[in-house]
Design a protein around this ligand. Sequence first.
Ligand code: SF4
Length: 373
Amino acid sequence: MKSDLANFMELNPYSKKCKPDLIDLKGMELGELQNFCEKFGEPNFRGKQLFDWIYNIDEISFDRMMNLPGSFRQNLMRVAKVGRFASADIQESIDGTEKYSWVLADSSIVESVRIPMIHAGNIKRWSICISTQVGCAMGCKFCLTGKMGFVRQLTSGEIVEQFLAAKRRLGENDRFHNIVFMGMGEPLDNFEEMKKAAQILTDPGFEGVAKKRLTVSTVGISNKIKDFLKSIPDVGLAISLHASDDFTRSKLVPVNKKWNLSSLITICRNLSSKDIKRITFEYVLLKGVNDSEKDANELVRILNGIRTKINLIPWNEFQGVNFKSPDEKNVEKFQKILKKNGFVTTVRKSKGADISAACGQLADISILKNGTN
Ligand code: SF4
């Protein structure tokens, strides 16, 4: 007769990629946990109980999950675990931002950033920027993660654990108000794991955030954008443009050679009005590269008819990347042109630059090769 573990390994599609040791339940969304329980002959509602223990109560010991039957807890101890990061290096910025460098089970390092927002009454609101890969294959020229290259995909459990681990550091009056998948990695390049993590973090039964308060950032993997909008309803998508012509964009964002501006813009132009409201365009302003009035006017021309938000990100200089910050007056002129042409345009103030936590600064420095763009 086969053991419970052998049966489960056959039945669980996710187990194929695991070694036949303990299965990490962190990262399973509610439906998977319900299926998991049913495989052990347990009623479906045990899945919700496990979901609460893992994500809301943040428990890792099956021994302490007292509303589960003893025999089921024994089975869980034999075949499963609830993963948690072992340790983190934490850096605090003068502006209140915190950067966490989590050490994963295989000693890889992945980073997340907690950023202060405008507080509401006595409630302190925070945004958290989460990574979806160790390193990144996209190689954007202004980004230290891109310079690391791709190391490996994060599991859904490792993506969710970044949120839970940071939540453990919150005080009684602190709340996460927003989650952004804008840390290390290209989220759409790790689609299935990212999708599960998004489902868990916005599940109505989880004390995470509302769907509209999660934003996933993409450099513009055109063939995954429709899948995203269809399979992860109501979650926001930030598309990085960073240039208004293909020549400049290909230099900054090499994947533009495969998925160029016109393919991106065509997709956006054909979206329903409901979906277009979920899109934000991101544009990093780099001095002398993409910050001129001509660039702004060209951006207006290519986005003509697409009524969505544009988020300008003035570049912050740092060692290892040879771009310069734009002059303030150029940022103002750029924003003015976009606004004059009817685009809701915001300018994002970078936070955490003093601890290398700002846009483009996340990286495992032990992997970074010397050299610049
Ligand atoms: S900007 Fe984003 S997509 Fe580009 S290399 Fe950095 S992490 Fe990857």
